[in-house]
Design a binder for this molecule. Structure first.
Ligand SMILES: Cc1cc2nc3c(=O)[nH]c(=O)nc-3n(C[C@H](O)[C@H](O)[C@H](O)COP(=O)(O)O)c2cc1C
Length: 216
């Protein structure tokens, strides 16, 4: 009886959460995505994220990885080109090799490293900016926020030798490696983003002209 009640309640809950069924890779990932989506709103998630530099020796469940990447694939991209590609590194020997690409000790201890790459024609947008770097960055932000919403930690690593990563993962020339991400369960709680030093809103947001005061 209890199980039946839970089933009916979950069905109702899912209906309330809208029609997301075509956005995720598997029914299980779909369920989890909806569940976590329900638990934490986007502002909580943004406020709680921080760069985690110390990890528990605990495996990240494959379903959680699937849910994270279900969120990643929804990121916007220039011309919807979706040039991002990701290599998830869970094999301990490979992790060790990739960790050598950067000087960060936490890369050696996190259970998952993600290499954020691109399959790109290096198109320059009319704005003069390279499209793939912007697109990959947005996708990574989706990744870090989805991970936070599931109680996982991440740290973006930009300081690494791409040659070492390329060699370890057999990534051919011409496919840029834009970033490494550490991913896993945090071993200690540090200050979340909301408590960290950030520029003042009025120093970064202007209204109706450069450096004109934002009245918000
Ligand atoms: C493009 C980029 C590159 C970064 N590279 C590194 C890095 O190589 N090593 C590191 O420990 N943190 C790195 N970080 C994390 C930043 O230091 C961190 O986001 C910043 O200090 C703000 O702290 P928070 O993420 O905890 O809010 C990087 C972040 C970004 C966005």
């Amino acid at each position: 009886m209890k199980r039946l009640y839970r089933f009916v309640r979950d069905k109702r809950l899912l209906r309330k959460l809208g029609h997301l069924s075509d956005i995720v890779a598997s029914p299980l990932a779909d369920m989890r995505f909806r569940f976590y989506h329900y638990l934490m709103n986007i502002f909580d998630t943004i406020a709680n994220r921080y760069s985690v530099r110390s990890y528990l020796d605990k495996k990240v469940e494959p379903e959680k990885l699937a849910s994270i990447f279900s969120a990643v694939r929804l990121a916007p991209s220039a011309r919807n080109a979706q040039e991002w590609r990701f290599v998830i590194i869970t094999d301990p020997e490979l992790r060790e090799k990739v960790a050598q690409a950067g000087g960060q000790p936490f890369l050696k201890e996190c259970p998952v490293i993600i290499a954020a790459c691109a399959e790109t024609d290096r198109r320059i947008m009319m704005s003069g900016e390279l499209a793939y770097t912007v697109d990959v960055a947005i996708a990574i932000d989706h990744l870090t926020l989805a991970a936070t919403a599931m109680g996982l930690g991440t740290c973006w690593v930009g300081s690494f030798d791409p040659k070492v990563v390329r060699e370890a993962l057999d990534i051919p020339e011409g496919y840029p490696v834009a970033a490494l991400l550490a991913l896993g369960y945090p071993s200690e709680q540090k200050k979340p983003a909301v408590e960290k030093s950030r520029l003042n809103l009025h120093d970064i947001v202007f209204e109706n002209g450069w450096q004109k005061e934002f009245k918000g």
